[in-house]
Every structure is written in structure tokens, then in C-alpha cells.
Write a new protein. Structure first.
Length: 248
């Protein structure tokens, strides 16, 4: 399917703002103004940015470090692989800050007689929801350095970088976060009881922030094959990397 880009006019500076089918919120690259496409309404939520600390040269350091470390990788990976592409992408997220309280009833069967356990799990979260529909992006391994976030500033976006727009409305992001938090509490509870009889989760929303965070999409070639590596742009942490299978 080819995604034909469309255009609207930025209601702040009048410049053309490009968006693709499925995108719901678009940010103007000339002034940083954000618009809800469907309604043409001004985006009234908080929009934040996490700063990228690398350029096309210095990103080589964390790439090589990833290639050289870890026992699962071929010993000559750093030496023999060729970096074929480095792309900086600002990915859109909804950060759902909420208090979640699950009330549960479960059965602990490891001892006889089995006992019924009742209780609550209460936690606070800055839950991250990727604002793209189809993506193999590993949100769960991604510890976004939220301390480093600043108000969105278009002047900080490098000319060579790509900025992706949201394909998910705020309300859907909240539903996704609620579901994922309950699943997470279910997982926590399973460490404690053998059977969950009942679980009810209440999520009290504090704030939802629209966020763009930098991720480097790296492609490299090793022994004639192509692989991908994702690196977080503030810390240089590898988020997900294809590792060539070593032959013995
Ligand atoms: Zn504009």
C-alpha cells in the first residue's frame, strides 16, 4: 500500500503541513505548531520533546559498543559489519500519567489446604503508548528518559531527522494504557497467587502528554545480509538489535 502524503495549511504560520493517511495529529516543521487534522482544531494538550544527543558521526560509538558487547554476537561483528544507513526518527508517544489500583481475589494452591488471598495493588505510572498503529517498536523495553523532556521546540529538530505524527487519538491511548496496566497487574499478581478469581482495576488519570522521542534506526550489513538496530537518542542505549546467528 502506498501512503500518499496530503497537505493542510498550518493555522499558525500558513506553511504546508504534510501528513499521511491514518495520521491524526500533525506538527508543522516550520513553527512547531500542532494541529488535530480531522477537525483542524488547535492541539490543546501538552506537547513535549526529548532531546537527541547524537549526530551522524557520534552515533557510531554506541553502535560499535553494541556490536562489541554481549556474548551472543559473532566475535568479529564490530570489525566486519558495515553501517549502511543511519536515520534519526522522532517517534510520537502518549504518556499517560495515572494512579492505578487493582482489587483482586485469588487462590494460593501451593500449600494444602489452598487459601484465598484478597488484596490490592496500587501503583503510579507514566505509561507509554506508542502513537502509531502498526509498529514492531519494542515499547516495553523502552525506558524513555522522561526526566530529560522539555516543551516541544521545533528548532531542536535536526534538518535531517524525520518526525512521525500520531495515528492514535488521545482517548484511544488512554484505553490502551488502562488495558496494558491491568495486564501488568495481572502479571504481578500471578507471582503471588496460582489462580486469579477476580481482578478489578481503577485507573485515575492525572495527565496525558503528547511526546516526541528520538530513536536512531540503524541498518548494517554483515557477511552479505542486512540487519537492523534501534538506539535511543538521549542515552545511546540499544533498544532492539538483530543479531546475526553465529555458525559454529
Ligand atoms: Zn506552522
Amino acid at each position: 500500500m502506498s501512503a500518499v502524503a496530503q497537505e493542510i495549511r498550518c493555522s499558525h504560520c500558513g506553511a504546508p503541513v504534510e501528513f499521511k493517511p491514518g495520521e491524526i495529529v500533525a506538527t508543522c516543521k516550520y513553527c512547531g505548531f500542532t494541529t488535530v487534522i480531522e477537525t483542524g482544531q488547535v492541539f490543546t494538550f501538552v506537547h513535549s520533546l526529548i532531546l537527541n544527543k547524537f549526530d551522524e558521526k557520534s552515533i557510531d560509538e554506541p553502535i560499535r559498543a553494541w556490536m562489541s558487547g554481549g556474548f551472543l554476537k559473532p566475535g568479529d561483528l564490530a570489525k566486519k559489519s558495515k553501517i549502511t544507513s543511519k536515520e534519526l526518527v522522532y517517534l510520537p508517544f502518549w504518556v499517560v500519567s495515572a494512579e492505578a489500583k487493582s482489587t483482586y481475589k485469588g487462590i494460593f494452591e501451593r500449600i494444602a489446604p489452598a487459601i484465598v488471598k484478597e488484596g490490592t495493588i496500587s501503583k503510579e505510572y507514566d505509561w507509554l503508548v506508542l502513537a502509531r498503529e502498526a509498529s514492531e517498536f519494542p515499547t516495553h523495553e523502552y525506558d524513555v528518559p522522561l526526566e530529560g523532556k522539555i516543551p516541544y521546540d521545533f528548532r531542536k529538530i535536526e534538518g535531517f531527522a524525520k518526525l512521525l505524527n500520531s495515528e492514535i487519538v488521545r482517548e484511544d491511548a488512554l484505553d490502551i494504557a488502562k488495558q496494558q496496566i491491568e495486564d501488568h497487574h495481572r502479571f504481578l499478581l500471578e507471582q503471588d497467587v496460582d489462580r486469579i478469581v477476580e481482578i478489578k482495576t481503577e485507573v485515575t488519570l492525572k495527565q496525558i502528554v503528547y511526546l516526541h522521542a528520538p530513536v536512531w534506526f540503524i541498518k548494517y550489513e554483515y557477511k552479505g545480509k542486512d540487519y537492523q538496530l534501534l538506539i535511543e537518542g538521549t542515552t545511546g542505549t540499544a533498544l532492539k538489535g538483530d543479531i546475526p546467528t553465529s555458525r559454529f
